[in-house]
Design a protein around this ligand. Structure first.
Ligand code: NAD
Length: 497
C-alpha cells in the first residue's frame, strides 16, 4: 500500500479532515514514491487555532529559552544534515552534493537566528525630556504563515521559520506538494530540540490550503515564495485580508559578459549557474548576454564543458539530476522546439541526453541555445529548467538596457576585469541581487534576500535584518517615573524640555 504523508499539527502527524491526496514522485525513477494529504480549509483553520493557542506562551517565553531551542535545532540539523539531504534528493531529484549545499544555506539562517537576542534588541533614549525616557521594543506578530516552492524544500522554509520562531511567533507552513517530506522531518527535529507542541505546524496541500491561510483572520503575516503569478495573487489576497505579506516571485536572470572578461571563468560560471539543480533555481542564470565579439569563443568554451556533464540519478555521482515532474520536463523540452521555430540556433540539445539513471526518470540534459530573439518565449518566459540562452549585443549599454527592460529583477551578474564597468553596472542595473564575477549572488544570511519588480511583492525581503523586521512589530514606549516635583496642568501638545 502506498504510504501517505500526514500533516504535522500540535507536535504530531495528523491525517486532517480531507481525503484528497496527491502523488509525490521520485523524479529519478519516474515513480510515485508516496502520496501526500491535501489539507482542507478546516485543517488549516485548526492548525492556525493550535498555533494561536501556542503563541500565548511561546510569545512570552524568555529569549534565553527560545535560543536554547534554536541552538539545539542547529546542532541536531548539523549532525543529521546528510539524512535530510537524502530525503530531499529522493523527492526533488537534485544531486546529493547540491541537496547538502541547500541544507547548508538553510543552516546559515538558523545560525543567524541564534543571534536574535542581539538582533531584536530595542533602543533606549534616556531623559528625552526631563525625567522622561523613550524606548522601543520588537514584539512578535502572532501566527505566521509560510508557503514554499518545490525547488528548495528545506532552504526556503528555513529562510523564514528560524527568524519567526526566534522572535516569538508560531508558524503554519504549507510546503510544496511536490516534495513535502522534508517539512515533516524538520518539524520532528524542532520538537526533538525542545520546541513546544503547536509552535510549528505543517499543513500540506494545494490552492485550497493556501487560500485558507490567506483569509484566516488569526494569521498575521504570510511569507510566500513561488512563481510570479501566484506571488502576485498571494500578495493581493493576503494584504486585502489585512496581513503583512512578503511574496517572492519568479525570475529570468541575465549574465552580462564584457569583452575583457576571463572567458574560462565565465564559461565555468555559466555552466554551474545555468545547469546546477537542473536550472530549477530562482537564481539560476538563464540568459548569457554576450557583448561582441566574445560570443563565438565563449559558446565553444561552454559547449566543451557541457560535454563533460553527467545527467542522472542524484544518488549516483552525477552532475545534474532530473526535473521535478514529467509534465514540467515536457514543458521545458517544448521550448527547444520553440527556439528552432523562432530562428534561434540549438547548439546543444538536452533531449538527446543519455542519463545515468532509470529509463522512466524525468530527464532533460543541459541545453544551449544561441542567437535567441528577445521576442521569443524562450527569452521572455521563465523556463525553470536546464536551458541556457545566449543573446548577442553590441555594447555594454545595450546589455544593461536589455536587462532593465525585463519584467523580473531577481538576480544578475556581470563578468569583467574592469572595476569601473562593474561599479557602473551595480549602480545602473535594476535588479535586487547583483553578482560581480559571481554568477549566483545569493546573499549570506545576515544580508537580506529578494529581488525587484515582478520578483518580489511587498516591502520586506527574506531573512537578514529585513527578516527580523518582517516578523516583529515595534512598540515605542514613553515613560516617566514621577518624582515629588512633578505636576501642573498643560493641555498643549507635549513638548520636550
Ligand atoms: P508555484 O508558484 O507553482 O508554487 C509555490 C507554492 O504555491 C506551492 O506551495 C504551491 O502549492 C502553491 N500554489 C500553486 N498554485 C497555487 C494557486 N493557484 N493558488 C495558491 N497557491 C498555489 O512555484 P513552484 O513551481 O513550486 O516553484 C518554482 C517557482 O518559484 C519559480 O517561479 C521560481 O522562480 C520561484 N522561486 C522564487 C524564489 C525567489 O526567491 N524569488 C525562490 C525559489 C523559487
Amino acid at each position: 500500500m502506498t504510504e501517505v504523508l500526514d500533516h504535522w499539527i500540535a507536535g504530531r502527524p495528523d491525517a486532517g479532515s480531507s481525503d484528497r491526496t496527491g502523488p509525490v514522485y521520485d523524479p529519478a525513477l519516474g515513480e510515485v514514491a508516496r502520496e501526500v494529504r491535501y489539507g482542507s480549509a478546516a485543517d488549516v483553520d485548526r492548525a492556525v487555532a493550535v498555533a494561536k493557542e501556542a503563541f500565548a506562551s511561546w510569545g512570552r517565553t524568555s529569549i534565553a529559552r527560545r535560543q536554547q531551542v534554536l541552538f539545539g535545532f542547529r546542532e541536531r540539523l548539523n549532525a543529521r544534515k546528510d539524512e535530510l539531504a537524502a530525503i530531499l534528493t529522493s523527492e526533488h531529484g537534485k544531486v546529493l552534493s547540491d541537496a547538502a549545499g541547500e541544507v547548508a544555506r538553510g543552516l546559515e539562517v538558523v545560525e543567524f537566528a541564534c543571534a536574535m537576542p542581539h538582533l531584536a534588541k530595542g533602543a533606549f533614549s534616556q531623559n528625552v525630556s526631563t525625567d522622561v525616557d523613550v524606548y522601543s521594543v520588537k514584539e512578535p506578530l502572532g501566527v505566521v504563515g509560510i508557503i514554499s516552492p518545490f525547488n528548495f524544500p528545506a532552504m526556503v522554509p528555513m529562510w523564514f521559520f528560524p527568524i519567526a520562531l526566534a522572535t516569538g511567533n508560531t508558524v503554519v507552513l504549507k510546503p510544496s506538494e511536490k516534495d513535502p517530506s522534508v517539512a515533516n522531518w524538520m518539524a520532528a527535529l524542532l520538537k526533538e530540540s525542545g520546541l513546544p507542541d503547536g509552535v510549528f505546524n505543517v499543513v500540506h496541500g494545494d490552492k485550497e490550503a493556501v487560500d485558507a491561510l490567506l483569509v484566516n483572520p488569526d494569521v498575521a503575516s504570510v511569507s510566500f515564495v513561488g512563481s510570479t503569478p501566484i506571488a502576485r495573487y498571494v500578495y493581493e489576497t493576503g494584504t486585502a485580508h489585512g496581513k503583512r505579506v512578503q511574496a517572492l516571485g519568479g525570475a529570468k536572470n541575465h549574465m552580462l559578459v564584457l569583452p575583457d572578461a576571463d572567458l574560462d571563468l565565465v564559461a565555468d560560471s555559466a555552466v554551474n549557474a545555468g545547469f546546477g539543480s537542473a536550472g530549477e533555481r530562482c537564481m539560476a542564470i538563464s540568459v548569457v548576454v554576450a557583448v561582441e565579439p566574445v560570443a563565438d569563443e565563449l559558446i565553444e568554451k561552454i559547449r566543451d564543458r557541457m560535454g563533460k556533464l553527467v545527467t542522472g540519478d542524484g544518488r549516483r555521482s552525477c552532475d545534474m539530476g532530473p526535473l521535478i515532474t514529467r509534465e514540467h520536463r515536457d514543458k521545458v523540452a517544448g521550448y527547444i522546439d520553440v527556439a528552432t521555430q523562432d530562428g534561434a540556433t540549438v547548439v546543444v540539445d538536452g533531449r538527446d541526453v543519455q542519463p545515468d539513471g532509470a529509463a522512466d526518470g524525468f530527464w532533460l540534459g543541459p541545453t544551449l541555445i544561441d542567437k535567441v530573439p528577445t521576442s521569443s518565449t524562450v527569452y521572455t518566459d521563465e523556463i525553470f529548467g536546464p536551458v541556457l540562452s545566449v543573446v548577442r549585443v553590441a555594447s555594454y549599454a545595450d546589455g544593461v538596457e536589455l536587462i532593465n527592460a525585463g519584467p523580473y529583477g531577481n538576480g544578475t551578474a556581470i563578468f569583467t576585469n574592469d572595476g569601473g564597468a562593474a561599479r557602473r553596472f551595480q549602480r545602473e542595473v535594476e535588479v535586487g541581487m547583483v553578482g560581480i564575477n559571481v554568477p549566483i549572488p545569493v546573499p549570506v544570511a545576515y544580508h537580506s534576500f529578494g529581488g525587484w519588480k515582478a520578483s518580489l511583492f511587498g516591502d520586506a525581503k527574506a531573512y537578514g535584518p529585513q527578516g527580523v523586521d518582517f516578523f516583529t512589530r515595534e512598540k515605542a514606549v514613553t515613560s516617566r517615573w514621577l518624582d515629588p516635583s512633578h505636576g501642573g496642568i498643560n493641555l498643549g501638545f507635549p513638548q520636550n524640555s
